[in-house]
Ligand binder design. Structure first.
Ligand SMILES: [Ca+2]
Ligand SMILES: [Ca+2]
Ligand SMILES: [Ca+2]
Ligand SMILES: [Ca+2]
Length: 367
């Protein structure tokens, strides 16, 4: 078992060196909102306040990060208004969970420069309804001037997250059943709904059936420095959800096996074990290589057995035996470094090359 160790270590070092330049990929899903149908008015989220950070696309965000218990300003833009123009505009925002912070006057939430009058539904919100609509028109009565404005039209202050987690905010469009939804009003009395991007269950609109929405914004509520690590792989949730693999991103915060940080010796402690949140050559890659050829007594573990075993440090002097934290299986997921749960054997292709593919990946929280 030990004879091939030197060769293995050398191949690992070579593989790791070759792979360093290849790990800085960009999240494919971070490409902005899907295209809207040609010719339709589009109502969508845009340029939120700095209380939201790390948005995939500032002008057209689909995913952002937020700090719990912080109020953010969400802005809505209107693109591609109808050619004959419009005289009224209503936006409905579904924000459950979240705490909406209404301004004193509904007009204070309207950025549309041609607005002359504004109203809100509910008229006196507590901020806990989970839903709010604001309507603006170009005059309080006929004749109504026609607007062709395209750009930012509304903004809302919302405390999105009472605690760490993920929330989805959406813009339900007006339907026969949801007259309070988002729409444009033209001067011939026709209500035009903005282009529908998705359908979504919005309990405040319809607790049973998904409703059409013009846009959604997903907000992951974690501070940069949050240490919350739901799956125990030593990568904080916030880093697993972000876009850069070398910084821990493109991972699943509920999947333990996507971060290959194994038990290694703390500096100056020849018998202790730690997982220090980075994948290093001497600690992690050599640590797996030292266990090359080891197999689990009792055969391959179930994933829950593997997880229970992985979270317990090896015996103080056990550097060569089987241990589930050093074990993965193929084939890879969306990325070559993203492998399956333990298969009971530490081998070259899945395990030693697997950990080498994550060389340099760093889940130390941001400061
Ligand atoms: Ca984690
Ligand atoms: Ca994970
Ligand atoms: Ca490590
Ligand atoms: Ca394996």
């Amino acid at each position: 078992m030990k004879l091939p160790l030197l060769a293995v270590s050398l191949s690992v070092a070579l593989a790791a060196a070759l792979l360093v330049a290849n790990t800085d990929t960009v999240r494919p899903a971070y490409a902005g909102s899907p295209a809207y149908p040609e010719g339709s008015a589009q109502l969508s989220f845009t340029s939120p306040s700095s209380a939201l950070y790390g948005c995939d696309d500032v002008d057209d965000p689909t995913v952002c990060f937020g700090v719990p218990s912080t109020t953010a300003t969400l802005r809505l833009k209107l693109d591609n208004p109808p050619a004959p123009g419009y005289i009224g505009l209503q936006a409905q925002l579904a924000y459950d969970p979240g705490v909406y912070k209404p301004t004193a006057l509904p007009a204070d939430e309207v950025l549309w420069p041609d607005s002359a009058t504004a109203s809100r539904q509910p008229a006196f919100p507590t901020g806990l309804e989970g839903i709010v609509s604001v309507r603006a028109r170009t005059a309080s009565g006929a004749p109504f001037p026609v607007s062709n404005f395209a750009g930012n039209v509304f903004e809302f202050d919302i405390n999105l997250c009472a605690s760490e987690g993920t929330v989805v905010i959406s813009l339900p469009v007006a339907t026969a059943a949801n007259g309070a939804g988002s729409f444009l009003e033209t001067d011939d009395g026709v209500f035009e709904t903005p282009a529908v991007q998705d359908t979504l269950l919005v309990p405040a609109v319809d607790p049973v059936n998904p409703v059409p929405v013009a846009d959604t914004l997903t907000v992951h509520c974690y501070a940069h420095y949050s240490q919350t690590d739901t799956d125990g792989d030593r990568c904080p949730n916030v880093k697993e959800l972000m876009g850069s693999p070398p910084q821990g991103g493109l991972r699943d915060p509920e999947y333990h096996w996507d971060f290959y940080d194994v038990w290694t010796r703390p500096l100056g402690d020849p018998t202790g074990w730690e997982r220090e949140r980075t994948v290093s050559l001497l600690g992690d890659i050599f640590g797996v290589a030292y266990r090359f050829g080891a197999s689990r007594a009792g055969g391959p573990p179930s994933e829950s057995e593997a997880l229970a075993e992985a979270l317990v440090a090896p015996a103080p002097n056990d550097t060569t035996g089987y241990h589930a934290e050093y074990d993965r299986s193929g084939p890879p997921g969306d990325y070559a470094w993203d492998l399956g749960p333990p298969d009971g054997t530490i081998d070259l292709l899945n395990d030693i090359f697997g950990v080498a593919l994550q060389f340099g990946h760093d889940c130390t929280p941001f400061v």
